[in-house]
Design a protein. Structure first.
Length: 561
C-alpha cells in the first residue's frame, strides 16, 4: 500500500495508474544501478532515495545492481564503497545484490537470437568510421558496407569474436534498426565491442563486453523490474530500450526519466571531480568539500539530512539546480535536534580570574542538548585559568558590542559573572585578561536588577583538550563554476574553502567522541570528528556554521528585497 504521506509526483502517479490497471500484476520492483567506476555523490543519493523509497512506500522491492559492463574502468573497491554508501544512507537491498556480469551469458544468447533473426550484424568499421556513417541531427546516416552480411556469416563472426580471435576494436556487433532514424541512438547502435581485459567479477572469461544500452533493458527484464527509473539523459535512449526488449519478445519493464540533482558551488561530474583530485586541489574522493557521499560523511552531514533534502526537493521532469544553502539548512535542522553540545574555543584568549583560588576546581552542570530533554546533562570543570574566544573581547569596543571589554561584566555560561579588570600585553600584543568573579552568581545567575547582556562560552585551561580544527566552506566562489565563459573551473576554487586551526581548546568531554561523531560547539557551529584522529591528536571538521543562510534567503524572498 502507498503511504499517505507520499508526495504525488509524476512517477508515483504513473505507478498508481499501473497498479489501478493491473499492469505488472500490482507489483512495484525498482533498482538502483550504479556503475562501479567511481564514488557516489549527492546526485546519486536522490536516485537511491527515490528507488528505495518508492519500493518501500508501495510494499515492493528494490535491487542494488552494478552495471559492470566496462572492465577498463571498474574496480572491486568501488563496489565495496558503493555498498557502504547505500547502507550509510539507510537503505537495505537484503538479498538482492546483482551484477550486469551475472547475466553476460544470457545477454550473449539474446544477441545470437537477434543475429539469427536478421536484426543484428557484425561490423568491421572502426569507431571513427561508425561515427562518420551515423550522420547528424540534420542528415541521415549511411548503411555500413557490412550491414547486409548473412545471418550465418554474422553468427560465425560473433562466435569468433567471443573466442578471442580478433583484436580490440577490429569488429563490433550492431543492432540493425534504421540509419535514417531521427533519433541517433536508433541508428544501428553498437551492442558488443571487443575488449581483451580482465573483469573484476568474471576474470578472463569474456573478451567481448555489452554496451550499456544493450545490457540495461535486459538486466531490468531478467530481474523482473517493473519501473526502471533513470535520469533525464536517458530519455532519448528509451526508444532503444523498448526496441531491444520488443525485438526479443521478453518481459518488458517501463523506463521513466526524472531530473537529476544539481547543487550550486560545486561540480558533480566524475570527470571534473577527478581533475580536482589528480591536480591536488582536494585530498581525495572523501575530501569534505566534495559532493561525494564519502566527502559529505567525513564533513559530518547526517544521512537523515540528505534524505530530507531529497524528499523536499521532490521529483521533476525539468533539470534545475538546488541552492547548497538549502542542503546546509537540512543539515542544521537535523543536527540542532540530535547533536550534543560542548564548549570549544577555536582561537583561545587566556583569562586569569584573580580572586579565584589557584588550587580550586568546581564542576557545573551543562545541558547536552536543549532540543532533546532525554539527552541529559554533563559536568564541566571550572578553574582559575580559562580560555575564551579572541573575538569575545575588544579593548575599545564600538557601540552595541556587548561582549567582554575593560570594566565590563559578562556571564560565563553555566558558571559565574566575571568582570574584566586588565588587558595584559607583551610587545604590544594582547596575551591575557585579568578578571574577577562574583562568587554570589554561581550557575551564571545575575542578581535581580543586574543586567548582563552577553553570555560567553569558555574552557578550563587545566582540563582543556587540544584539537586541530579544519574549517570548511564552499568549494567554489561562484554558484556555477562550469558556466563561466572563457574560464577554467579550477581557477574559481575558493581559496578560503579550507582553513586549518591548530590551537583549538575543547572541554574534556570530547575525549569520548569517535570518528564521524557529530556535535555542536556552542556559539560556533556544528563539527564532527575526522578519521585522521589518533589517541593523542584530535582532528575536527566543521560541518556547518550556526547561521542559517537559507532562512535569510527565504526571508529576503518573502520581503521582496
Amino acid at each position: 500500500m502507498e503511504s499517505k504521506e507520499a508526495p504525488r509526483d509524476f512517477i508515483r502517479k504513473i505507478i498508481d495508474e499501473d497498479n489501478k490497471s493491473g499492469r505488472f500484476g500490482g507489483r512495484v520492483h525498482t533498482r538502483f544501478p550504479p556503475e562501479p567506476n567511481g564514488f557516489l555523490h549527492i546526485g546519486h543519493a536522490k536516485s537511491i532515495c527515490l528507488n528505495f523509497g518508492i519500493a518501500k512506500e508501495y510494499g515492493g522491492l528494490c535491487n542494488l545492481r552494478f552495471d559492470d559492463t566496462n572492465p577498463l574502468k571498474e574496480e572491486q573497491d568501488y563496489v565495496r564503497a558503493i555498498e557502504e554508501d547505500v547502507k550509510w544512507l539507510g537503505f537495505d537491498w537484503e538479498d538482492r545484490l546483482f551484477f550486469a556480469s551475472d547475466y553476460f551469458g544470457k545477454m550473449y544468447e539474446h544477441a545470437v537470437q537477434l543475429v539469427k533473426a536478421g536484426k543484428a550484424y557484425v561490423d568491421d568499421l572502426t569507431a571513427d568510421e561508425i561515427r562518420d556513417y551515423r550522420g547528424t541531427l540534420t542528415t541521415p546516416g549511411r548503411d555500413s558496407p557490412f550491414r547486409n552480411r548473412s545471418a550465418d556469416e554474422n553468427l560465425n563472426l560473433l562466435e569468433r569474436m567471443r573466442a578471442g580471435e580478433f583484436a580490440d576494436g577490429a569488429k563490433v556487433l550492431r543492432a540493425k534498426i534504421d540509419m535514417a532514424h531521427p533519433n541517433l541512438n536508433m541508428r544501428d547502435p553498437v551492442m558488443y565491442r571487443i575488449l581483451h581485459a580482465k573483469h573484476h567479477n568474471t576474470g578472463d572469461k569474456w573478451c567481448i563486453y555489452p554496451m550499456y544500452d544493450w545490457a540495461h533493458g535486459l538486466e531490468d527484464s531478467i530481474e523482473g523490474i517493473t519501473h526502471s527509473i533513470c535520469t533525464l539523459e536517458f530519455e532519448d535512449h528509451r526508444p532503444l530500450y523498448d526496441w531491444y526488449l520488443d525485438a526479443l519478445g521478453v518481459y518488458h519493464p517501463q523506463q521513466i526519466e526524472f531530473a537529476r540533482l544539481a547543487l550550486t558551488y560545486t561540480v558533480m561530474s566524475k570527470r571534473f571531480l577527478l581533475q580536482l583530485i589528480e591536480k591536488g586541489y582536494v585530498r581525495g574522493w572523501d575530501d569534505p568539500r566534495l559532493p561525494t557521499l564519502r566527502g559529505l560523511r567525513r564533513r559530518g552531514y547526517p544521512p537523515t539530512a540528505i534524505r530530507t533534502l531529497c524528499e523536499r526537493i521532490g521529483v521533476a521532469k525539468v533539470n534545475s539546480t538546488v541552492d547548497i544553502e538549502f542542503l546546509e539548512h537540512c543539515v542544521r535542522e537535523d543536527l540542532n535536534k540530535t547533536a550534543p553540545r560542548f564548549s570549544g574555543v577555536l582561537r583561545p584568549l587566556r583569562i586569569v580570574i584573580e580572586n579565584y583560588p589557584e588550587d580550586k576546581m568546581e564542576e557545573f552542570e551543562a545541558v547536552n542538548n536543549p532540543e532533546d530533554p532525554a539527552a541529559g546533562k554533563r559536568k564541566v570543570p571550572f578553574s582559575r585559568v580559562l580560555y575564551i574566544e579572541q573575538e569575545d573581547f575588544m579593548e575599545n569596543p564600538p557601540p552595541k558590542y556587548y561582549r567582554l571589554a575593560p570594566g565590563r561584566e559578562v556571564r560565563l555560561r553555566y558558571a559565574y559573572l566575571i568582570t574584566c579588570k586588565e588587558a595584559v600585553k607583551e610587545n604590544g600584543n594582547l596575551v591575557e585578561l585579568r578578571c574577577t568573579v562574583d562568587p554570589d552568581t554561581r550557575g551564571g545567575n545575575a542578581p535581580e536588577g543586574r543586567k548582563v547582556k552577553s553570555t560567553l562560552h569558555w574552557v578550563s585551561a587545566a582540563h582543556a583538550v587540544d584539537a586541530e580544527v579544519r574549517l570548511y566552506d564552499k568549494l567554489f566562489t561562484v554558484p556555477d563554476p562550469l558556466a563561466q565563459e572563457g574560464m577554467d573551473f579550477k581557477d574559481l576554487i575558493n581559496p578560503k574553502s579550507k582553513e586549518v586551526i591548530t590551537a583549538c581548546k575543547a572541554e574534556p568531554a570530547v575525549r569520548g567522541l569517535k570518528p564521524y561523531d557529530r556535535f555542536q560547539f556552542e556559539r560556533i557551529g556544528y563539527f564532527c570528528v575526522d578519521p585522521d584522529t589518533t589517541n593523542d591528536h584530535l582532528v575536527l571538521n566543521r560541518t556547518a556554521t550556526l547561521r542559517d543562510q537559507w532562512a535569510a534567503i527565504q526571508e529576503r524572498g518573502q520581503s521582496g528585497k
